[in-house]
Design a protein around this ligand. Structure first.
Ligand code: HAM
Length: 427
């Protein structure tokens, strides 16, 4: 009987060797600046109580209303695969009382997120983010630091063709006075029922409506930045001053609407110009009410999520990915059972001392095994047969020029360490 092949689910991005090396590099570069700034890892579940997202992220958002992977578990509970990371971090902070300790709570995370979006280049149903959250302190210097950490991550990748856009959604008072005028403006528009329902939950969403007639209509809409309270305006000015001091370029985009409802105050997005429609490589902002909405005390927070898949596409587009194909230092070809056992032991010892070592498996004939060694890109090769075992001596072959040196097996580790550090010094 012949079984049919099974395919990966639609819209899922997976990374296989050798591409996975680039993916891993991008992920590590993006998050390194957060670690340097004292953020600590939080590993969270990929599924949560559905209420966490409906309440935390907001029902006016596409993410909650259309894109969640929600199912009932065996105990009849409604469970959702996390579409984003901030709500889960906040849930854990509240549940484990981290907000009763040293503030701000500063954490980073990395992993898969799930949104049932229409798949296209750069938009997947399972995608990867690295992110940080700094919870419990309101200070524009913290806003600027969070933005600077994200910017450093993209600079670590060598990216140049991106722009940082910032705006402020102000405090509750700013948003309330803007909302009155915005709702009055919107009531004059002839909206379909769905759009009008959306506007009732969050009128700012209409700025994000992609239909040309809506975009045209919203051009005349009142802008939140013009309604900032004195305090919010001073706060936003300070964030800009700090960014300038750190020489971080930005533009102000007063019409920016983030896809999640919890944002207040400073919000920002990084947009890459070589990625077509899915140009957002990262974004974030402050969220004043989230902790309270999720049953905690009233503390503000700020953070970002960076799209690892899109950052990788950007690094490929700008040709900044280093070539990272793995090649070992030594390839050992054992001939015969005794030699195989000895080769395993030698490899174990060499790897402990930092020599990257691979073995030939499968009892292939010498010719085939040599071909595999060559293909692996290893810098040195030894063949371990009966005569070598008896003499406790091997012929160490340097693959770059074929030069062969006789070496005692006991001396392999010393010789290789010396040869490898010598050649890497001379590079
Ligand atoms: P977000 O803007 O929804 O924010 O997502 C952050 C980044 O994740 C986006 O800029 C994009 O690069 C990537 N991304 C989002 N959806 C997809 C997708 N379907 N396929 C590929 N990449 C995608 C958040 O998630 C917030 N939690 C960020 C945050 C943290 N705000 C405050 N703290």
């Amino acid at each position: 009987m012949k079984f049919e092949k099974i395919q990966a689910p639609k819209g899922v991005r997976e990374y296989l060797p050798p591409e996975s090396q680039g993916f891993e590099w991008v992920r590590e570069q993006l998050i390194a600046p957060a670690k340097e700034a004292g953020y600590q890892l939080m590993e969270l579940p990929v599924f949560e109580d559905t209420n966490l997202f409906t309440r935390g992220v907001g029902e006016s958002t596409d993410v909650v209303s259309k894109e969640m992977y929600t199912f009932e578990d065996r105990g009849g509970r409604s469970i959702t695969l996390r579409p984003e990371g901030t709500a889960g971090v906040m849930r854990a902070v509240i549940e484990q009382n981290l907000d009763r300790g040293q503030l701000p709570v500063k954490v980073w995370y990395s992993g898969q997120f799930f949104r049932a979006e229409r798949p296209q280049a750069g938009r997947y149903r399972q995608f990867y983010q690295v992110g940080i959250e700094a919870i419990g302190i309101e200070d524009p210097a913290l806003d600027a630091e969070v933005i600077a950490i994200a910017d450093r991550g993209f600079k670590n990748l060598g990216l140049k063709n991106y722009q940082l856009e910032i705006t402020s959604l102000g405090d509750a008072q700013s948003r309330a006075s803007h909302r009155v005028d915005l709702l009055a403006f919107i009531s004059e528009l002839n909206l379909d029922e769905e759009t009008s329902n959306r506007a009732k939950i969050n009128p700012l969403r209409l700025f994000d409506d992609k239909r040309p007639e809506m975009q045209a209509a919203m051009l005349k809409a009142p802008i939140l930045l013009d309604y900032l309270s004195e305090e919010s305006a001073a706060n936003f000015a300070a964030v800009q001053r700090y960014l300038k001091a750190m020489r971080i370029d930005f533009t102000i985009n007063p019409r920016m609407v983030r896809g999640l409802d919890y944002y207040t105050g400073t919000t920002f997005e990084f947009v890459h110009s070589d990625l077509g429609a899915q140009s957002g490589i990262g974004g974030g902002g402050r969220y004043d009410g989230l902790m309270e909405t999720l049953g905690g005390q009233s503390l503000s927070g700020i953070g970002f999520g960076l799209g690892v898949d899109r950052a990788l596409l950007a690094a490929i587009a700008e040709s900044t990915l280093p070539s990272q194909e793995f090649s070992s230092d030594l390839f050992i070809i054992p001939l015969g059972e005794l030699a195989k056992e000895e080769a395993l032991v030698i490899a174990q010892g060499l790897r402990l001392s930092g020599v990257r070592t691979e073995l030939a498996f499968g009892d292939r004939a010498l010719k085939g095994a040599m071909k595999a060694a060559d293909k692996s890109g290893a810098r040195y090769v030894i063949v371990l047969g009966e005569s070598e075992l008896t003499a406790r001596t091997v012929e160490l072959k340097r693959m770059s020029d074929g030069v062969v040196t006789s070496i005692k097996i006991d001396q392999l580790q010393n010789e290789l360490s010396r040869a490898l550090s010598l050649s890497s010094n001379s590079q």
